[in-house]
Write a protein that binds this ligand. Sequence first.
Ligand code: SF4
Length: 327
Amino acid sequence: MVQALDLAKSFDVSPPLLDRVLEHRPRRMLHAVDGVSFDIAKGRTLGLVGESGCGKSTVARLLVGLYRPTRGSFSFDGQDAHAAYRSAGARDLRRRIQMIFQDPYASLNPRWTVEAIVAEPLREHGMARRGDAVRERVGELLRSVGLVERDMQKYPHQFSGGQRQRISIARALATHPDFLVCDEPTSALDVSVQAQVLNIMKDLQRERGLTYLFISHNLAVVRHVSDEVGVMYLGRIVELAGTHRLFGQPRHPYTRMLLEAIPKLHDTGRARTPVQGEVPNPLDPPAGCTFHPRCPYANERCRQERPALLEFEGIQVACHGVEEGRL
Ligand code: SF4
């Protein structure tokens, strides 16, 4: 259903031309996403995980057409999606690919009723025009996310965070999409509410055969919803594997570091190893493996040569240590 091939996005963050000329300052490019490839089969979920600033949200925006890639391609259901976003078929593609944003407080118009919010994509895509047909469909969508019809006349501020995110999901589902790009959909919610929203999303996926790209910095959340997980670091995928495999037998030192930091129920009292070090400045990434300043297994090759994402026993890892059999 979804195939990203060597997808890259750079932003020109150079100082203004006058400053560059007068102060001899060079042009600067931020490589937010630098050659990301993955496939997602219909009805499956790929989780993308990594610390903030690793480029996962830029991947989301590339897939929904908010950004144009600097390099690479993204195909959706057999068609070149980025060409389609610029063609007469863009409307149909936008109907089929929807996005759920992180912050349900910011992504819902506070002056609109829930009915107007959920009905907007229906009207936009010409899927329902008459008042009673629109109301019937909005009511159906609200019920599908565990809300009730009388919620239609309320405003976003009258709901809790979890309920607002359900409204966002109802709006995203309005156009009968096939693919949902979910960018940290539960990060702004209390832990107790996160599970409810995640379970609703999983139920909807089962009922409607939806395909998800699920982005989160929270490995526990990604584990709960994903069939496969890609771990991102400074704009690249460093490990891509089935969820059970990745959590049971992580290979990349960065994946191991992230997993070490998760509290485990049966290890009460064990000292957790926090995630070590800082993510380097993406404007000036380290040479070789960009993880080498934080990696306890780095050697001279790691400091000079960038590791490629290679297949090892059914998983993909970008690490010289794994390739050399040291890890
Ligand atoms: Fe560590 Fe080297 Fe592997 Fe990078 S390539 S993660 S520095 S062992």
